[in-house]
Design a protein. Structure first.
Length: 202
């Protein structure tokens, strides 16, 4: 079943939309009238498998899709903002690309996404907040965009499979325990005189 969101959708229709999403149905949000999705709006929708934000301009609030355990496909290339814990605990999610519209990734945004294997960060992202990808135990590689300057505390903490971190720009400031207990951190070849190197950077 499809539901086309109308510009003047009322409260009762909004409840219908929420129930449709929770039951795994498809809802089309036109980006010319929907600019943001508020906190925890669709958390724990256990039948939701795919999200497409269309042409962009959408801000995703805190915890909006957290705990959507069946979510596998996610297109973030046109999203402008990702709030804290927005997709935390989406355990079926395997791959994401953070688009060029985003400048900052919220804290714990993808924490606990245990099936996530690959992350590509857009070229305009400047900051990744604390715990953003912590406990993503299946994560193997992260490719940073050219403008990333700051990676917060424990961003990749306990990402035990993370073995490839690729920097594509200036030196990045990594916070406390940002990559602690990752495969990269635990690989002796990445250390030199008690200093951990990522590429040519300390």
């Amino acid at each position: 079943m499809y539901y086309n969101w109308k510009e003047n959708t009322n409260t009762e229709e909004l409840k219908i939309v929420c129930n449709l999403i929770r039951n795994g149905e498809i809802v089309i949000f036109p980006t010319e009238t929907v600019y943001g999705i508020g906190a925890n709006a669709f958390d724990y929708c256990e039948n939701l498998t795919e999200i497409d934000f269309g042409n962009g301009g959408v801000s995703i609030g805190s915890g909006v899709f957290s705990g959507c355990s069946a979510l596998e496909k996610l297109n973030l290339e046109t999203v402008e903002e990702i709030g804290g814990a927005a997709f935390g605990g989406c355990i079926a999610l395997k791959q994401i690309t953070i688009g060029n519209e985003i400048k900052e990734i919220g804290g714990a945004a993808f924490s606990g996404c245990i099936s996530l294997e690959s992350v590509t960060v857009g070229d305009n992202v400047e900051k990744i907040n604390d715990y953003a990808f912590s406990c993503c135990t299946g994560l193997k590689e992260v490719i940073f965009g050219a403008k990333v300057k700051e990676v917060g505390d424990e961003v990749f903490l306990d990402c035990s499979s993370l073995e490839k971190i690729e920097l594509n720009g200036n030196a990045v400031n990594f916070g406390y325990n940002a990559i602690y207990n990752t495969a990269y951190f635990n690989n002796e070849d990445n250390w030199n005189q008690n200093a951990l190197y990522i590429g040519s950077h300390l």
